[in-house]
Structure formats: C-alpha cells, structure tokens
Write a protein that binds this ligand. Sequence first.
Ligand code: MN
Length: 439
Amino acid sequence: MKHSVDWTHDPDLRSWVESANQPDTDFPIQNLPLGVFRRQGMAESARIGVAIGNQVLDLFQAVQMGLLTELPEKLQFACTATLLNPLMALGAEASLHLRHQLSQFLQSSNQPPAFDSGILVPIAEVEMLLPAAIGDYTDFYASIFHATSVGKLFRPDNPLLPNYKFVPIAYHGRASSIVPSGTPIQRPQGQHKQPEETIPTFGPTRLLDYELEVGGFVGAGNKLGQAIALDQAEDHLFGLCLVNDWSARDIQAWEYQPLGPFLAKSFATTISPWVVTLEALAPFRCPAFTRPTDDPVPLPYLASSTNTEWGGIDLILEVKICTARMRAAGMEPFLLSRTSFNQMYWTLAQMLTHHASNGCNLRPGDLIASGTVSGADPGTQGCLLEITQRGAHPLKLPTGEVRAFLLDGDEVIFHGYCEKANYARIGFGECRGIVGIAI
Ligand code: MN
C-alpha cells in the first residue's frame, strides 16, 4: 500500500487549537503525531495523546467523553490504552481512520469541547513517556556515506565491505535501555585499549558519540515464518521518530569484531516521544536514493518500482549541541549538521522486508532504526566520529571550546521536519539528552 495525500493534508485546514495554526509549529493539524504522556505531578496512569500546536489532546478523555464514537469499538478501545502497541497492532487502515476522525474533530469549523473538559493539556505540563513497549530493537546501517566514511577510518584501502550494496546491514540492539527524550545519559564504563597498550583497561569511555538516526515503529506484525513483500512493507510500519544511538567509540573499536556492537551501544538509546505516522508523511515521499549506475541492482525481493519511485522520505534532520558553558552563558544551541533522510542507500521498506525475509516475526511496537544519517557533503554528517575524523579534527564551538567527542554536561539535540511548497510544514519535536552526571 502506498500512503496517499488526502484532505487531511490540505494546507488551508485550521484548528480551533490556535497554537496549531502558527506557521512555525511542529504540530499543525496536518501532522497529528501520537505519543504517551502523563500530566506532571498527577498520580494518573499514562495516556495516549495527540500533539496539536502546543497542546496534547488526551485520547483517553476523548473516548470517555464519547467524542470518537464514529470509530469502531476496538479502535476506540486501543485509544484508551497506556501504550501505543494495541493501536499499532490494528494496522494502517485503523491508523488512517483515526487520522480522519482526529482531523475532523480538531478543525476550526467544528465546535470545540467545553474549555474545562480537561481534554487538552499544555505540552509544557506533561511528562512524555516511551510511546510503546518496545519488544525488539534493530539498528541498520543504511547510509552509504556514513558506512564509507567510517569504513575509511578503519580500512583506508577497503572502506566498504563487499556485502554492503546487497544486504541492508543491521545488528540487534538492546530494547531495555531505550529512553524518552530528556532522560540524562550516564557516561558508560567499559573495556578499551589504546593502540600502544598491550592489554585493555576498564573505565569510563573517553570517546562518547551520538548517532543521528530515524526510527520506524512496526505496526501490524507478521507471523513467524511469513515474509513481508516489499510493496506491503509499509502496511507494517506505523510511524517514525528520531533516534540517538549513543555510542562509545573506544569500547566499540575493541569489542566489535567478530560479532558487531554490544556494550558500546546498549547503555542508552534516546528517542523523540512523538510518533509521526506514515499517513502524515504522505506529501513528503520521494524517490529512493539514486544508486550510481555501476552499483548492483538489489536482488528481486528488495526491488520494486513503487519503492524506487516513492520509497524515500524528504525529512530534514538537524543536530545541535549545547555545552554546560553555553547553557550557563544563555547561548543558543550550536548547529553541528543538517542532512536529509532522502539520501539513504536503503529505504525503510527494504529494511523491514529484509528483516522479515528469513521468516523473522516483527511485532507491533518493535523499533527499527536507520543507522546514522549522513550525506556526502561537509555539514551533513550524523556523528562526531565522522565530523572530527575520530578526533583528528576537533570542532570549534562559539565559546572557543573544542570537541573531538562529547564531554560531561554536553547536551545533544535533534530536530526533524518536512517542508514542501503548498503543504503545511510538519515537525518531529525534539530528541535530546545531556551527557554525564545528572544535573
Ligand atoms: Mn547506530
């Protein structure tokens, strides 16, 4: 199924939630991302919410008030859960149905509910939680620019391994340490060995890095033993978020052979709390990355004309840093890179299809991440390892500080947004985390 543009994407739609009509909001009525929240300081269970302007629409409350009775009962019931998994499990058709209802309900042509209904909560007054129970987490390596420039650092003569252009490479990540944006990140301890050392030492990582990635939440699952055809892959994809795959490069360099990353990655992964649905992204679909003509064509199970023409997403991604000194001086975070997700060698559909191609079952709420999103040009690299060439070229910050890797007190902030003429801009919100000691 290809998600299509419909009346919910009309740029002229306005909401009775005034802040949703501001041109710079991440959450206009055309977006409607879903998340899980709790009112700050309230002893209530978590609820599913929809971001609209600077407010959260409480879906539990909306169902209780009978505002969504046009939806099938099981869909209403899924909206009252404390996690998105039941809603994700209902698949793309339910997701579209919900979007249509929410868009209609929030339009300015409709009567807003009584102001004291408690159905809206300011985003500033909620605590955002993980959107789903993430059973499994798989991290891909889908940017050929990232794979090549990282490969060059370790193998100058042979940067890209021969399987790269045939196999969407991935490793199985750790789901238990995925945390929502804003959670402090503790500097991990681990084994590392300097080239001049004969044996490793154990201690705090000296080479802490971030990785700018896009995450995809699995919607409807597939049965064990049942592969997913490429043109059906997006039926199994609920929506996207931003992912920071924090990485300890010294631990990684020592441990990664022969089985890949382990403790260098599993100490923490931060995700943005709002899940932007595939339906919301329909206007921003674009062709998959154009492979150089002498690259091999993907094997048949990873190739289709729909994927070639529509498999990409023109999602702009930004990384900013704010050091402790910058915060103390009241300075704005500093832009480290800006890139687009449309430069990935493999599409999300190809990653999902490849993942299930051996019969592996994906379950609602599983997370797949894209791998570091890097482009070809300077200023488009998605991690410090690439930007500073493993520390050889430290970057200068406006304070005069230099960074080869992250120091305690550094905050890393990701933003993502889609923009296109004649469409409303939609945003992903933030994915942020401060490194080091809790402050
Ligand atoms: Mn990664």
